[in-house]
Design a protein around this ligand. Structure first.
Ligand code: ADP
Ligand code: AMP
Length: 215
C-alpha cells in the first residue's frame, strides 16, 4: 500500500512497481474516473463529488475494491494506490483480506512537504492512450509530445487538478486520511520513504523497503 497526500507520487511509483514486480496497480481514483467516463448511473452519482475534491462515500469505494480484488489478475498481489483513504475503508480492507486468508505485506508512507504538492499536481498529465504519467518539469517524455511507453501523441490532464480543488483534496487528506498513519503504525506495518527526493531515488527507497521482507 502506498499512502500519502495527492501529488506525493503514489501513482508514479505504483506504475513502476507494477512493471518491476508483475503486480497490479489498484487506483480507486482511476477506477472512479473510468466509471465517470462510462456515463453509468454510479458515474453520474460520483462525478460531482470527485470534481469538488471531497471523498466518495466509503460504501461505494469498498464495494468497488471488493469486486476488483476478486479478479484473477489480482491473485499474485496488488499495489493499493489511493485506497484506503479513511479509517472505515482501512477496517473494511482488513476484514476483506482476513476473509481471503491474506494480509498487507507493506504499508509505505510517501512523506512530502505540503508546499511541493500544488506544483506537482498542477504540472501533472498522462498519456491519453496508456495512462503513463508525466510532469511538465519533473518527468518529461524523452521525445517531446510522444509517450515513452506507447508512442501516442495524445495526452490529458485531470479535471480535478486545478488550484481550488487541490486545496480541498489536501484538506480531505489531512482530516480523513492522515489518521491512517497512526492506524498502521500501531499495527507495526508502517514504513516511510522520503518522497521529496527525485523519482528514481524514491523508487530505490521503496525497493529497499520491499527487499527488507514481509512484516
Ligand atoms: P499521486 O498519485 O500521489 O497523486 P503522482 O504520482 O500522480 O501523485 O505524482 C504527481 C506529479 O508529480 C506527477 O506529474 C509526477 O510526474 C510528479 N512526481 C511524482 N514523484 C515525483 C518526485 N519524486 N519528484 C518530482 N515530481 C514527482
Ligand atoms: P486520486 O486519483 O487518488 O487523486 O483520487 C481522485 C479523487 O477520487 C479524490 O479526490 C476523491 O474524490 C476520489 N477518491 C479516490 N479514491 C478514493 C477513496 N479511496 N475514497 C474516497 N474517495 C476517493
Amino acid at each position: 500500500m502506498l499512502l500519502g497526500p495527492p501529488g506525493a507520487g503514489k501513482g508514479t511509483q505504483a506504475q513502476r512497481l507494477e512493471r518491476a514486480h508483475g503486480l497490479v496497480q489498484l487506483s480507486t481514483g482511476d477506477m472512479l474516473r473510468a466509471t465517470i467516463a462510462s456515463g453509468s448511473e454510479l458515474g453520474e452519482k460520483v462525478k460531482g463529488i470527485v470534481e469538488s475534491g471531497a471523498l466518495v462515500p466509503d460504501d461505494i469505494i469498498v464495494s468497488m475494491i471488493a469486486e476488483r480484488i476478486e479478479q484473477p489478475d489480482c491473485a499474485r498481489g496488488f499495489i493499493l494506490d489511493g485506497f484506503p483513504r479513511t479509517v472505515g475503508q482501512a477496517e473494511a480492507l482488513d476484514a476483506m483480506l482476513a476473509e481471503k486468508g491474506t494480509g498487507l505485506d507493506h504499508v509505505i508512507e510517501m512523506s512530502v512537504e505540503a508546499d511541493v504538492l500544488v506544483r506537482r499536481i498542477s504540472g501533472r498529465y498522462a498519456c491519453a492512450k496508456c495512462g503513463a504519467g508525466y510532469h511538465d518539469e519533473f518527468q518529461k517524455p524523452a521525445k517531446e509530445g510522444v509517450c515513452d511507453r506507447c508512442g501516442s501523441t495524445e495526452f490529458s490532464r485531470r479535471a480535478d487538478d486545478n488550484a481550488e480543488t487541490v486545496r480541498k483534496r489536501l484538506d480531505a487528506y489531512e482530516e480523513q486520511t492522515a489518521p491512517l498513519l497512526p492506524y498502521y503504525r500501531e499495527k507495526g506495518l508502517l514504513r516511510s520513504v522520503d518522497a521529496m527526493a527525485p523519482i528514481d531515488q524514491v523508487t530505490r527507497e521503496i525497493e529497499n523497503v520491499i527487499a527488507g521482507g514481509e512484516h
